[in-house]
Design a protein around this ligand. Sequence first.
Ligand code: TA6
Length: 300
Amino acid sequence: MSDVEQLNRDFGGAGVKFVTGAGGLVLAEVNNVHARATIALQGAHVMTYARSGEEPLIWLSRQARLAVGKSIRGGVPVCWPWFGPHADNPKFPGHGFARTVPWRLVQATTLPDGSNRLEFQIEQSEATRAQWPHASDVRTIVTVGPTLTVELLTTNTGKEAFTLGQALHTYFEIGDIHRLSVLGLDGCDYLDKVDGGKRKTQQGAVTFAGETDRVYLGTGNRCEIRDPALNRSIVIQCSGSRSTVVWNPWNEKADKMGDFGPEGWTGMVCVETANAADDVRSLAPGEQHRLVAIYSSAPL
Ligand code: TA6
């Protein structure tokens, strides 16, 4: 029996089915009364999410290179157990390995309101242990309903404390980056990665006039993306995070990256719920950290 047949036998039904998608990725396709979503088992990666009858909330590049072991341009990449380049070893993958390794589905439930909740657990291996020798249990729980909730749970199952960096590196579908603003970061310090990592302070809403790559520090539990072009506002409610990353590559960087497609950068923004830079977390033996983001939208 194939992986997909086994998954459909064990977890299929009530709004969830499993298929083999482009690039050989095994996908969970969720289609319930509230919304549709696609989740790759690789990386427990939410690739698409749209509420019934609405524009997608989550952006996925039309030129995303889908392949086993390759990161996906768009959706909700799970960056774990570090954010950005590895502190010591430049050969280790940027943003950690979690988004490019297999995760197993451990539970799929239909909630009383008809939402679907899928729980994934990372598959540890010699390759992951070579990069991350700490004993840990890591789960991503995705709830597809009138809102999209992504929870990243890390439990230290070893005898030593470890330091954890992470992010839900979410790409949002927007109408026009030139007219967009992000609220909720006013007064927060940030590291400006397009200006040598200089520490600055945000004044008012975040707007975009060029490549923007900022790690905001000491951030709160709510951000709002105001998108007049699509006449909607996207709200991000989060917990377990004190840093928020805001990123748009703009034209030159997007062209260099090669998987945004023509003008793709004008229709996306990343607002990432993270523990990065000053906000990495130390987990004591037995301690669990829960990073949660809840995404919703409403007309402007
Ligand atoms: O979160 C912003 C960022 O760190 C940018 O610097 C850029 O590298 C982006 O992530 C995408 O990284 P990726 O490894 O997915 O190409």
